[in-house]
Design a protein around this ligand. Structure first.
Ligand code: PGA
Length: 263
């Protein structure tokens, strides 16, 4: 059984003070959800302060990106050891906003994953197609290329340490969530690619999160699908009640027998 992960990607939102306030609230609200792993990813400048608030809590901390070099003349970059020092144990890599606006490619995603693994950070590796690619029936082709590129040169052991997020770009921040069927189809496809590249144990153990307009009212349907192991949540993770409701929905979808499901 793959333990669900619900990760909140706060993107470029919240000051340090606002981050502390939100995480203080969340810490209180989510203490009852031991059946899911909960991760929050604030901006770099809030990592260390949020880590302090999270001491002794079940909630884990992630960064939203990193640079693959450890140090040097790379103005403006933040490296894996720095993210680690600030208290993060996860890192989002290859988010579509990084690919679209900051020129991340499959090759740089691959370097970032390797840097993260070297420093014992768990990468959450994002893949997903644009609307035009889906409409041109290229979804699988695009995602297959992203998966192969991201995991080039990695071992089975490496794969066992990371998490994948399938995030169709057309669903991110648009309110247009993928249907559970659309998401399941792609999750199963990604698992199949991992099976081909790294074997069945690795594929079976890999947790694949869905991301793109996840809300309290659509999480249950998504989590009822066999290959959906959690969610990467943007907008709805900025508000304690909505994020808590998503976690509750995810846990519920996993623990209630299927005959009683269908809320
Ligand atoms: P969204 O973002 O939930 O606001 O659509 C998801 C993401 O970008 O990870």
């Amino acid at each position: 059984m793959r333990k669900p992960i619900i990760a909140g990607n706060w993107k470029l939102h919240k000051t340090v003070k606002e981050s502390i306030d939100l995480v203080t609230l969340l810490k209180r609200q989510v203490s009852e959800f031991g059946q899911a792993e909960i991760i929050i990813c604030p901006v770099y400048t809030a990592l260390a302060s949020v880590a302090e608030v999270l001491l002794g809590s079940e909630i884990q901390l992630g960064a939203q990106d990193l640079y693959w070099e450890e140090k040097g003349a790379f103005t403006g970059q933040v490296s894996a050891p720095l993210v680690k020092e600030a208290g993060a144990s996860f890192v989002i890599i290859g988010h579509s906003e990084r690919r679209q606006f900051f020129h991340d490619t499959d090759e740089t995603v691959n370097k970032k994953i390797k840097a993260a693994l070297k420093w014992d950070l768990t990468p959450i590796v994002c893949v997903g197609e644009l609307l035009a690619e889906r409409e041109a029936n290229k979804t699988m082709q695009v995602v297959e290329k992203q998966v192969k590129g991201a995991f080039e040169g990695l071992s089975r052991e490496d794969l066992q340490k990371l998490t994948v997020a399938y995030e169709p770009v057309w669903a991110i921040g648009t309110g247009k969530v993928a249907t559970p069927e659309q998401a399941q189809e792609m999750h199963a496809f990604i698992r199949k690619q991992i099976y081909k590249l790294f074997g069945s144990d690795t594929a079976e153990g890999l947790r694949i999160l869905y991301g793109g307009s996840v809300k309290p009212d659509n999480i249950v349907g998504l989590m009822q699908k066999p290959d959906i192991d959690g969610a990467l949540v943007g907008g709805a993770s900025l508000e304690a009640q909505a994020f808590t409701d998503i976690i509750r929905g995810a846990v519920l979808a996993r623990t209630v027998p299927s005959s009683a499901k269908g809320r």
